[in-house]
Design a protein around this ligand. Sequence first.
Ligand SMILES: NC(=O)c1ccc[n+]([C@@H]2O[C@H](COP(=O)([O-])OP(=O)(O)OC[C@H]3O[C@@H](n4cnc5c(N)ncnc54)[C@H](O)[C@@H]3O)[C@@H](O)[C@H]2O)c1
Length: 270
Amino acid sequence: MSEIKNSLFIITGAGSGIGQALTLKALAEGAHVIASDVNEKGLDETIAKTNGKAEKYILDVANHDAIKLFAKTILQKYPDEKIILVNNAGVGLASGNFTETPLEDFEWLMNINLYGVVRMTKAFLPHLVQQNKGHIINVSSVYGLAGMPTNSAYCTAKFGVKGFTDVLKAELLGTNVKISSVHPGGIKTNVAKNSRISVTQDIAKAKATMAKFEKVALKMTAEAAADVIIDGIKKDKSRILIGSDAKALDFMVRLFPNNYHKIIAKVFKL
Ligand SMILES: NC(=O)c1ccc[n+]([C@@H]2O[C@H](COP(=O)([O-])OP(=O)(O)OC[C@H]3O[C@@H](n4cnc5c(N)ncnc54)[C@H](O)[C@@H]3O)[C@@H](O)[C@H]2O)c1
């Protein structure tokens, strides 16, 4: 069992959805929380909900220099605390099939959803290893376990987060530093409505598809998802699946590794 109480709980993407809910839950668990986001308005809302108890940092996880400065500032201020770092910030992209996906949108998404996680880990992990304590939680997705049509960039990034985390799990064996990947199914947040729409897409059609997806697939609340993550951290789970949809998809992929894409295509009537 891992203690969250008195830890230094650092969250990226804390201005909305799962990150905001996690900020509140971690505070309730007795952690000192550093809430960061690129979106100041959302982050201010989160900080207001904590009655100013969480520390606020504007941080763009796509900016390597900003991350280096952020880590330096935090580690100088809190050199001895046990760090729990949740790499949660992420974005969505409505770009159609891969052939319609502009490479610049693919790269934009990878820069946030994959390299953001890699950069943050690079900035903090050496300190955790040196201290021989702490926990990094990387938010992937069920789309990091199953390939989903029209999500080439998102799935590539989220599979990348899983692969990266799995490598570090092996490298950190024998230390007291923990690392976990999180695979949520559909969670009711702003991720779909804030998705970038590629120039190749019809905007009205893309918005209608996203609204439908939101209604049909995003069922669980961010609070319930945050509860599962908090529970997973406490239990030192190395892989945290969130929701029955995530569990069902994960099972299907393992049961039909060669053919699950055909089932997915049928279900999504492609
Ligand atoms: N909601 C879901 O159904 C779902 C499912 C699986 C995985 N996820 C993942 O969960 C994580 C949280 O997403 P959410 O659903 O709460 O979405 P959300 O849109 O509500 O919150 C994402 C937050 O990340 C922030 N962000 C975006 N780009 C950033 C950047 N460059 N630097 C720092 N912050 C940035 C946004 O400002 C926002 O506050 C994401 O990684 C997402 O991919 C979500």
